[in-house]
Design a protein around this ligand. Structure first.
Ligand SMILES: [Zn+2]
Length: 261
């Protein structure tokens, strides 16, 4: 994700020494102008951030969305093809009892939650992979991947329903697009920040400090509170999705919302 930074570094390394000196000299002369310019650029980014926020119709939480929906769908399609290629020899057939069981659970989750915005717009497709991995994931375009290792480790259908509900919630809440947007945004912001430091004091040691701050910031956003927020959100919505189906299994009738009508 550091393409922009690497590009600049390459350009700098390719400059002949006399050009480097000239460049440094002009930077030194104009450092406050440069600083001001970059600050306004940074400010522009902050404004950009707040004008590109979108409120989730499910959770009501604001999030940054930089990539267009079509663009992101295309990326999901590529990711889907890569996974299919990787698991092509381990896919269970649609006739396999385990496939049928998963299909039933997903079908109930979707059917009973049609009122949740986004659920019925996605075409949910199930893939059961014969692998001991205790894992399941759902791509943003609705491709559900679940491993037999996970199927063997769940105790009952409710547990499976909750786990799948959690993964489906990630897709419905567009967590992947949100995360990718934030990574891009932080990258650009970090680049501006590093250039600013470098403009004021063109020493490598200071650039290193800037890089350290940037990496700490990303760690804070993605490894700790931010990722936790997304997981908690998927847990909460996933539980809500599964709760409606649980009713269905116990009563062995229709979805509660349907039977009330
Ligand atoms: Zn999760």
């Amino acid at each position: 994700m550091k393409i922009e930074e690497r590009g600049i570094r390459k350009w700098w390394q390719a400059l002949p020494p006399n050009k480097k000196e000239l460049f440094k000299e002009s930077v030194r002369k104009n450092k406050w102008k440069l600083f001001l310019g970059l600050s306004s650029f940074g400010l522009l980014f902050v404004v950009f951030y707040f004008t590109h926020l979108e409120v989730s119709p499910v959770t009501g939480r604001s999030k940054l969305l930089l990539l267009g929906k079509e663009h992101f769908r295309l990326l999901s399609e590529l990711e889907y093809e890569a996974w299919m290629e990787e698991f092509k020899n381990d896919m269970l057939t649609e006739k396999d009892a385990r496939y049928v069981a998963v299909k039933e659970v997903v079908h109930h989750l979707i059917e009973c939650n049609k009122d949740i915005p986004g659920i019925s717009e996605i075409n949910w497709i199930i893939h059961v992979v014969d692998s001991p991995d205790i894992n399941a994931f759902v791509l943003p375009n609705g491709q559900v991947f679940i491993f037999t290792g996970l199927l063997n480790s769940v105790t009952d259908i409710h547990q499976l329903s909750f786990l799948l509900g959690h993964e489906i919630a990630h897709a419905v809440l567009e967590h992947a697009a949100e995360k990718a947007s934030l990574v891009h945004f932080l990258d650009f912001l970090g680049l501006i920040f590093l250039t600013m430091i470098w403009a004021i004091c063109p020493r490598d040691s200071l650039a290193l400090l800037g890089q350290w701050i940037q990496s700490k910031l990303q760690e804070f956003m993605f490894d700790r509170p931010y990722s936790r927020t997304l997981e908690d959100e998927a847990d909460k919505i996933g539980l809500q999705l599964a709760a409606k189906v649980k009713y269905l299994v116990v009563e062995n009738t229709q979805c509660p919302s349907h039977s009330k009508r």
